[in-house]
Design a protein around this ligand. Structure first.
Ligand SMILES: C[S@@+](CC[C@H](N)C(=O)[O-])C[C@H]1O[C@@H](n2cnc3c(N)ncnc32)[C@H](O)[C@@H]1O
Length: 220
């Protein structure tokens, strides 16, 4: 099938901007070989995570939704040399694959994968008085409103907040949508509208998963 313009542009930019490396390529190959769903962030989007973590000088990153650890490795590449990531994953099979990929990429000692529903892990992190200067939300979208509330409790002042898949082919505009993921994003955006501590914007994207986008913000 003939490639669409956005695919050609994505390949052009990925190549010209030298995006990706052995660890990231191996992670994607292992994820597909183990049958994980192909819902990792794209290489150009992953590089955005790397750059945001580097711009922030992130030292403690929380990721909600690990899958095979592709985005975890992107974040690890941008964090400070002594940085740590806590990443939350529901599916043991995904977490096991992520563990392999993260170790191969050289970040085994800096990443803690917690297996289980994020809504059970987040209160434990809070009880432990953990805090984070970068939070990436990319798990089950119906729970995004809960995740942003936990993010507010766990964020250190000035923390970066990123959430993926917030446009959903434009369905975010459809207040009558029966898709709980769309309603999760709509409620999430309404919470952002009301929450003065969060200053945010949206970046629209196009990719293998369609027309979608990120929320980027700072928790003051
Ligand atoms: C979109 S994928 C994450 C992709 C990953 N961030 C990347 O770009 O490489 C979402 C992941 O969240 C996990 N997940 C879904 N519901 C969850 C929950 N309640 N708690 C923790 N993880 C969950 C899924 O199993 C899946 O692996």
């Amino acid at each position: 099938m003939e490639k669409q313009t956005w695919q050609l542009v994505d390949s052009y930019m990925t190549e010209r901007l030298r995006i990706g490396d052995e660890g990231l390529d191996a992670a994607l190959a292992n994820n597909r070989q183990k049958g994980l769903p192909a819902i990792d962030v794209s290489p150009t989007q992953g590089k955005l995570l790397t750059l945001l973590a580097r711009m922030k000088g992130a030292k403690r990153i929380l990721e909600i939704g690990t899958l095979g650890g592709y985005s975890t490795i992107c974040l690890a590449q941008g964090m400070s040399d002594t940085g740590k990531i806590v990443t939350l994953e529901y599916e043991p099979k995904h977490a096991a694959c992520a563990k392999e990929n993260i170790a191969f990429a050289g970040y085994a000692d800096q990443v803690d994968i917690i297996i289980g529903p994020a809504l059970e892990s987040l209160p434990i992190l809070h009880e432990q008085q953990q805090s984070f200067d970068f939070i990436f939300i990319d798990a089950d979208k119906p729970n995004n409103p809960h995740y942003v509330k936990w993010a507010l409790k766990l964020a250190s002042p000035g923390a970066v907040l990123v959430a993926d898949n917030v446009i959903r082919d434009g369905e975010v505009l459809n207040r009558h949508s029966t898709d709980p993921r769309v309603q999760g994003i709509r409620t999430f955006v309404e919470l952002l509208e009301q929450e003065e501590r969060i200053e945010a914007t949206a970046i629209q994207t196009v990719g293998e998963k369609g027309y979608d986008g990120f929320i980027l913000g700072i928790v003051h």
